[in-house]
Design a protein around this ligand. Structure first.
Ligand code: AMP
Ligand code: TRP
Length: 330
């Protein structure tokens, strides 16, 4: 018998613009591991509405993110891409998990603490419950591995904890998923402020390089990136600005750190920045032209998403039915 492939599940929010942090920390790894795993990628629009969204923009962003994932190399034949809100089981499973997650666990979630501060007392219950929805996403598909950036580690721990708690009450039900966090690139920092994670919700135009940025925008953002007043170009974590630029360079070129340091020996920051802007532009250009081809037919992405939903629905329904039966619902 052919051994079953392990299942990968991950999600991305259809908000803001996908940036090189998302690409280097998550999407690029999803693309590379597709052949080896049974991969499911979810556009998490229900997570997006935990903070206010404009309806027209949200709808358009769902299509944009899908197009970008495929343009980046996710194959709709080998992997599945679908929209979270098209599968009702996610909301239903979230409610059930809510009833098995102690308040104390949720109150420890650092992402909620950070995000709710920004909402100044108007943070919705949905934002608080965000990790339960994420646990539902993962557990519905009996996921083995969850490739994410560093920021999602705590949510993964909560997912495992609630799965283990449910299993201990009702017997083996959920597979316990494992987080896969890349060694390098799990936390790409903002170009304007290298002490802060590059984030879709940051509005300063110099903060992030988005996958659809033009060569001119890329050059301008890199040239303006915050560095320090030292000179030598070395991978030194105590100099966050230059370190971040070098990590981005390393990940886009695939060259070793020693090789990179040697090639910039005696050169200045301006030279590093010029070369980095070229490397990024060269990598993003083919992705951008694939994106334009894919989105030329407006119905194409919708058809791919409908196919994706029809592939995952039976898996989600099966887990949900088993859970409801065990609890005694219905
Ligand atoms: P989000 O932008 O929150 O939808 O995140 C989508 C994926 O990108 C998740 O796996 C995140 O962990 C990852 N990610 C987001 N921001 C960064 C960053 N600055 N560096 C590395 N990975 C990131
Ligand atoms: N919370 C994740 C983020 O912001 C997105 C996400 C939602 C996710 N559901 C998921 C990631 C399930 C992995 C698995 O990045």
């Amino acid at each position: 018998m052919i051994p079953q492939k392990k299942r990968i599940f991950s999600g991305i929010q259809p908000t803001g613009s996908i940036h090189i942090g998302n690409y280097l920390g998550a999407v690029q790894h999803w693309v590379k591991s597709q052949a080896e795993f049974d991969s499911i990628f979810c556009i998490v629009d229900l997570h997006a509405i935990t903070v206010p969204q404009e309806p027209g923009t949200l709808k358009a962003k769902i299509r944009e993110v899908t197009g970008l994932l495929i343009a980046a190399g996710i194959s709709p034949e080998t992997s599945v891409v679908f929209v979270q809100s098209q599968i009702c089981a996610h909301s239903e499973m979230t409610w059930i998990l809510n009833c098995f997650i102690p308040m104390g666990w949720m109150m420890r979630m650092t992402q909620f603490k950070e995000k709710s501060q920004k909402e100044r007392g108007m943070a919705g219950v949905g934002l608080f419950d965000y990790p339960a929805l994420m646990a539902a996403d993962i557990l519905l598909y009996q996921t083995d591995l969850v490739p994410v950036g560093e920021d999602q580690k705590q949510h993964l721990e909560l997912t495992r904890d609630v799965a283990a708690r449910f299993n201990s009450i009702y017997g083996d039900t959920f597979k316990l998923p494992e987080a896969v966090i890349p060694k390098t690139g799990a936390r790409i920092m903002g170009l304007d402020d290298p002490t802060k994670k590059m984030s879709k919700s940051e509005t300063n135009p110099g903060h992030a390089i988005n996958l659809l940025d033009s060569p001119d925008e890329i050059r301008a953002k890199i040239m303006r990136a915050t560095t320090d007043s030292l000179r030598d170009i070395r991978f030194d974590e105590s100099r966050p600005g230059i370190y971040n630029l070098l990590v981005i360079y390393e990940l886009f070129t695939g060259r070793s750190r020693a090789e990179i340091e040697a090639s910039f020996e005696g050169k200045g920051y301006a030279e590093l920045k010029r070369e980095l802007a070229e490397v990024i532009t060269a990598q993003l250009q083919p992705l951008q032209s694939r994106y334009r081809e894919l989105t030329a037919d407006p119905g194409h992405i919708d058809r791919l998403l409908a196919e994706g939903a029809s592939k995952v629905q039976p898996i989600a329904e099966k887990t949900l039915a088993m859970v409801k039966e065990k609890i005694g619902l219905g």
